[in-house]
Design a protein around this ligand. Structure first.
Ligand code: FAD
Length: 391
């Protein structure tokens, strides 16, 4: 089997890369460890930056997103029982975010891939990478009990944080930058209309809470919890009680409750490897970097990487110009570190840290009051949240 680009992983990064390459006439094969049903049902991100939406629409995979996505022009910071609206669009010259589930993006990209007759192989096993430093690297894998080898000009490692591509790079080649946070997020998806039209980021003595949504009938809610928390310790009634307590306001607002259809605990981590390239292997998305979800950036960063990578590969295949590929890592890392900082800043402002004393709490409240009352400070949050055009 031969192709121009071997892509490992059919998450947002791998699928979008395959699509953007096809638009330039570049062939690829996408290898995915899980089944189609599994990846299409995996509930994760849901906040798309303006630039992510624009790219999906321009690339012809944004029709349903435009029909069903919920465009938000603001968000709420809630602390001390009071809400403070950040007008994202007013502060950023009209830019906005769109709430549209990651699994919906994945479904749209899979449909586009299969409609175009592109190669997308699910349930592959034992993926290994070879000859990355040569001119014709290979990806070996097993499928339906048989061994296969894919020869290609380049390999894109889009296989997420737990994938094999990053691990295929020889030890000592990559620099690793990492921070673990001493808390996690307990997330639920509930069949109930959202209780607010916009996202609510809530700072509370008992810990952070987030009110979000996936559709007019599905609410997504998160609670800060201990990193080693067991999900079994959180029966539904306890989750709702804790959410009601943290999100409570001085007057009038009530949290709608409904059947919980999904729940899970996500650890919080910041992680970056440098560089994002080794020979003919290019890492993109979560395989190269993880951000804590407070800034809603992981999916958007994966999209930003593959936009740069598809352009660079396009230039190489069009006329052998290596400049885009040579600059890939540095170009992407500038945005990666801006986003790392923003995600860390939002996380630090909104969460309770074990061992925090009243001094820390006063600093956090002061920061929240400043962001909610100063146009300059609010603009910093807004322009990062909707996504910076240039970094
Ligand atoms: C609970 C939660 C909430 C989040 N909320 C947000 C948010 O609001 N906004 C945001 O922007 N981001 C958010 N994120 C982050 C976002 O989901 C990720 O950043 C995004 O999925 C990255 O896309 P990716 O394609 O790089 O990786 P992934 O989506 O992880 O895709 C990697 C793919 O590779 C496959 N794979 C793995 N190993 C192999 C292998 N050996 N062989 C073949 N295939 C393999 C996997 O099955 C997977 O399909 C959230 C994440 C979580 C967990």
């Amino acid at each position: 089997m031969d192709t121009q680009v071997g892509i490992v992983g059919a998450g947002p990064a791998g699928l979008l890369l395959a699509h953007l390459l096809r638009l330039q006439g570049i062939e690829s094969v996408v290898l995915e460890a899980r089944s189609r049903e599994y990846v299409e049902a995996r509930v994760r991100a849901g906040v798309l930056e303006q630039g992510t939406v624009d790219l999906l629409v321009e690339a012809g995979v944004g029709d349903r997103l435009r029909r069903e996505g919920l465009v938000h022009h603001g968000l709420e910071l809630r602390f001390d029982g009071q809400g403070h609206r950040i007008d994202l669009s007013d502060l950023t010259g009209g830019r906005a975010i769109t709430v549209y589930g990651q699994q919906e993006v994945v479904k749209d990209l899979i449909a586009a891939r299969l409609d175009a007759g592109g190669e997308l192989l699910f349930e592959v096993e034992d993926v290994t990478l070879h000859d990355l430093e040569g001119e014709e690297p290979a990806v070996r894998f097993r499928r339906d009990g048989a061994d296969h080898e894919l020869r290609c000009a380049f390999v894109a490692g889009c296989d997420g944080f737990h994938g094999v591509c990053r691990e295929a790079i020889p030890a000592g080649t990559l620099s690793v930058f990492e921070r673990e946070y001493p808390f996690a997020w307990l997330g639920i998806l509930a069949e109930v209309a959202p209780s607010s039209e916009e996202l609510i980021y809530c700072y509370h003595e008992r810990g952070f809470a987030l009110h979000s949504m996936r559709s007019p009938r599905l609410t997504r809610l998160y609670l800060q919890c201990a990193p080693d928390e067991e999900i079994d310790a959180w029966p539904d009634a306890r989750i709702w009680e804790e959410l009601r307590t943290r999100l409570a306001t001085g007057g009038g607002w009530t949290l709608g409750e409904g059947p919980i259809v999904e729940k899970g605990i996500t650890p919080m981590r910041s992680f970056v490897v440098e560089p994002l390239r080794h020979g003919r292997l290019f890492l993109a998305g979560d395989s190269a970097h993880i951000v804590p979800p407070t800034g809603a950036k992981g999916l958007n960063l994966a999209v930003a990487d593959v936009r740069v990578l598809s352009d660079a590969l396009g230039r190489w295949f069009a006329g052998g110009d290596p400049s885009g590929l040579d600059a890939y890592s540095d170009t992407c890392l500038r945005r990666v570190w801006r986003v790392q900082h923003f995600s860390w800043w939002m996380t630090s402002m909104l969460h309770r840290f074990p061992g925090d004393d009243p001094f820390d709490g006063r600093l956090q409240r002061s920061q929240l009051r400043y962001v909610s009352s100063s146009r300059a400070a609010a603009t910093t949050l807004a322009e990062n949240y909707v996504g910076l055009e240039l970094v």
